[in-house]
Design a protein around this ligand. Structure first.
Ligand code: PLP
Length: 492
């Protein structure tokens, strides 16, 4: 692990400075593994829970009813559910409103796609026109498929062709299938802790590095038999990436390495700056493909994605979220022409085809939304504007943490911000307390998320905060006052 490489911060990207990954990783490790837990004081938590009882009766009624018809009462893993989910009825710019009329600052951003702010009117109007004209789907070709593909090819440095699908999970499945078809090899290496969607082969090494198939319930072992994980940032170690490549050579070789270019879980365990470059070199040396999962980072980190920021070209890139501008059916894969042609090969030639499909993949609505949203991001400089909001938010959180003498860690890569307080996902697999503590730490994070909601802030799982172009200085400063109130209640 080394973060001593010469760091280049290109113009036009959301990341305005490179945070020192090594020191962040050390502090995160310490918080998750060496320190006690720091929950919100009981009496303060009781007060916060009263908010839900007194102000959120409509959400409670709806989500109680939902438990009778929807398993667990809620469909989204990201909707924070403690003490019960909020039912949202309105979204605009930086704000969400629940069914009881309460307003929240939205740092969840639907899990990442609404970089322009929620329900961005200029895109919404184009979509209304489209729906009036063709409806959302016909099953036949629409010009917006071409327009979106052309735009992505123009903006993303490594993408020569693009295939639209319906989700990031599907994009990952397609990329891996193409990599195996193209190389004729089967092993795929991922970085432990990363989330690449919920396909059978990728529910492996999720959240906590080294966890392997522990969450792969209902998935036959054969499905992930060729999925391997390495620890984040570990290239040279005895079980690091280089050694795994070497071992795989004796077993048919490595088809691809797939990674999130900022580090697992959108940089929750941040990469050291030159990690991606070194993985690129190893892939070239072993004749394997490099797949960047840019489901979160494409367009959010900059119009050229994380690959443009790092100046590293993957062979394939997976898209999701922003690629459909916050509208449904967001997913796709793009990359080198020769590899991408695997998706068409069976029709025209004798080559083997990597099968992909989907009734609603590449429908006019998703393609038009992606096209107009990405154009709007380009016209308004949205990635940079949102990135500056992320910088302001993070600086403010760091100031609060320091002033209050808390051991918490706040850092950001542009508009992707992290506030680690209980750090459940940062526990070490070798920590003997992991199985007893992880649930408790998760509950502390849930309480933190609930306290934030009672203060009018929606986060992703109480620890990740996405900023958008709608987050003006005023919005961020207001949010910081709210965070300060939450953190004033932490027991230390
Ligand atoms: C990095 C990454 N890859 C893949 C996915 C899966 O995308 P989807 O939820 O669209 O299937 C996600 C979703 O959060 C993600 O964050």
């Amino acid at each position: 692990m080394a973060d001593k490489a010469k760091i280049i911060i290109p113009e036009g990207y959301a990341i305005s400075y490179w945070p020192d990954s090594e020191s962040i990783l050390e502090r995160l490790h310490d918080l998750a593994n060496n320190r006690p837990m720091y929950p919100i004081r009981r009496e303060s938590m009781e007060e916060y829970l009263k908010y839900f009882e007194t102000k959120c009766a409509g959400s409670k009624k709806l989500t109680d009813d939902a438990k009778r018809f929807i398993p667990g009462g809620v469909q989204h893993n990201l909707a924070f559910n403690y003490p019960f989910p909020l039912a949202i009825t309105r979204a605009e710019g930086a704000y969400l409103w629940d069914v009881d009329g309460n307003r929240y600052i939205d740092f969840l951003q639907a899990g990442g796609p609404t970089l322009l702010g929620s329900n961005y009117k200029p895109v919404q109007e184009k979509i209304m026109d489209l729906i009036r004209e063709s409806g959302p789907v016909t099953g036949l070709f629409h010009e917006y498929e071409l327009k979106l593909a052309e735009l992505i090819v123009r903006l993303m440095p490594s993408v020569e062709m693009f295939r639209m699908l319906a989700s990031g999970s599907e994009g990952v499945m397609a990329a891996i299938r193409a990599a195996r078809t193209f190389t004729g090899k089967s092993k795929v290496i991922k970085v432990g802790g990363a989330y690449h969607g919920w396909s059978d082969q990728m529910v492996f090494g999720m959240r906590i590095p080294g966890i392997g198939p522990l969450e792969a319930h209902g998935i036959p072992a054969g499905c992930y038999a060729d999925t391997q994980e390495v620890f984040p940032n570990d290239i040279e170690g005895p079980n690091g990436l280089a050694a795994m490549f070497e071992r795989n050579e004796k077993e048919g070789g490595t088809a691809a390495v797939i990674l999130e270019p900022l580090g697992p879980e959108s940089g929750t365990r941040p990469v050291v700056y030159d990690y991606n470059k070194r993985v690129r070199e190893l892939c070239d040396g072993f004749g394997s493909l490099l797949i960047f999962d840019e489901v979160v980072t494409a367009f959010r980190v900059g119009l050229g994605g994380a690959q443009g920021f790092f100046g590293v070209k993957p062979d394939l890139t997976v898209f999701g979220k922003c690629v459909a501008g916050g509208y449904p059916a967001a997913g796709g894969v793009g990359g080198r022409r020769d590899v991408m042609e695997c998706f068409a090969a069976g029709i025209q030639g004798m080559k083997k085809r990597a099968m992909v499909g989907g009734t609603l993949s590449a429908n006019p609505l998703s393609c038009a939304a992606g096209y107009y949203a990405i154009k709007a991001m380009e016209d308004t400089n949205a990635p940079v504007v949102a990135g500056r909001a992320g910088d302001r938010l993070t600086r403010g959180l760091q100031e609060i943490i320091e002033r209050r003498g808390l051991p918490f860690v706040a850092f950001n890569h542009g508009s992707i911000c992290h506030l680690e307080t209980a750090a459940a996902m940062l526990m070490d697999i070798n920590n003997p307390k992991i199985f007893t503590e992880v649930t408790e730490r998760k509950h502390i994070m849930e309480e933190m998320g609930a306290a934030m909601m009672a203060e009018g802030i929606i986060s992703l799982a109480g620890s990740r905060l996405y900023t958008s172009m709608a987050d003006t200085d005023e919005v961020i400063d207001d949010a910081l006052e709210r965070f300060d109130r939450v953190l004033s209640c932490v027991e230390i």
